[in-house]
Design a protein around this ligand. Structure first.
Ligand code: ADP
Length: 259
């Protein structure tokens, strides 16, 4: 039997799923079936599993976009399942999200896309907002693209704008659903560097769904494998210094085609 967690380890937990069952319709196979899992503050946590395993549903529970049928989801000590509109709005202010196909405003520049969450939050003067946006542009390495429009960017650059927009309000938690699946190896590397920097320099906790095990290997501290809605195993990820670098596209092609 494991001992009860100490106060210190409890404080370290940022997201906790406890006995989660999620059924989208009565009588149907549950999308999630008895998930109990803790994610620590400052961790980069991967979620892997075949299509339909329940990965996206699990992520949607964190921001209260879906409610569990039974069980609780706690974020920063707050039980998400008890929150109403105002509480959900406050919760979501502390959560950045990035998806596979990043949706940028096509008629706004990179700078204005990144500034949007600050404008909506209305907590800073326009000048202070500009300072924050400049910081984020430099953080994601896109200072030279500030005045460009989304259609003028590569897929990887668009994804980095999406990341800058998600991080500009400095949320403690970032949720990513397949952030690199439409990118090639070199642009994937740029996006992974931003995610790693978000944890290192901003202290952001990152939860990332990916089908790419190289991404897990390079980026994550731990990864959960879901199988048909059940938690099969949580893997700790260990890596050597060279394994922190994503293999080049050439190396990936060679490995896949020559093995
Ligand atoms: P994954 O992200 O691993 O592909 P999902 O969480 O999207 O898995 O889906 C898990 C299961 O829940 C699947 O069987 C899927 O069809 C079902 N599901 C997901 N979203 C909905 C929904 N909004 N309504 C009904 N069923 C859904």
């Amino acid at each position: 039997m494991t001992s009860a967690p100490s106060d210190a380890s409890m404080r370290d937990v940022i997201v906790e799923f406890c006995g989660i069952v999620k059924r989208y319709a009565p009588g149907e196979q549950p999308a999630l079936d008895g998930i109990t899992l803790s994610i620590r503050s400052g961790e980069i946590f991967g979620i892997v599993g075949e299509s339909g395993a329940g990965k996206s549903t699990l992520l949607q529970l964190v921001s209260g976009l879906e409610q569990p049928t039974t069980g609780t989801v706690t974020v920063g000590g707050v039980d998400v399942t008890t929150l109403r509109r105002h509480g959900l709005r406050t919760l979501r202010r502390g959560i950045g999200t990035v998806f596979q196909g990043v949706h940028l405003l096509s008629n706004a520049t990179v700078r204005d896309n990144i500034r949007l969450p600050l404008q909506l939050a209305r907590r800073q003067s326009r000048k202070d907002q500009q300072v924050e946006v400049d910081r984020m542009l430099s953080f994601v390495g896109l200072e030279h693209r500030a005045g460009h429009f989304p259609a003028q960017l590569s897929g990887g650059e668009r994804q980095r704008v999406g990341l800058a927009r998600a991080l500009v309000t400095r949320p403690p938690l970032l949720l990513c659903d397949e952030p690199t699946s439409s990118l090639d190896a070199s642009t994937t590397g740029d996006v992974l560097r931003v995610l790693a920097d978000a944890r290192e320099k901003l202290g952001t906790t990152v939860i990332v769904i990916t089908h790419d095990l190289d991404v897990v290997k390079v980026l994550c501290d731990r990864a959960a494998l879901l199988e048909k809605g059940r938690l099969r195993e949580v893997f700790p990820i260990t890596r050597t210094a060279t394994e922190r670098i994503l293999p080049s596209y050439y190396e990936q092609v060679k490995r896949e085609l020559m093995s």
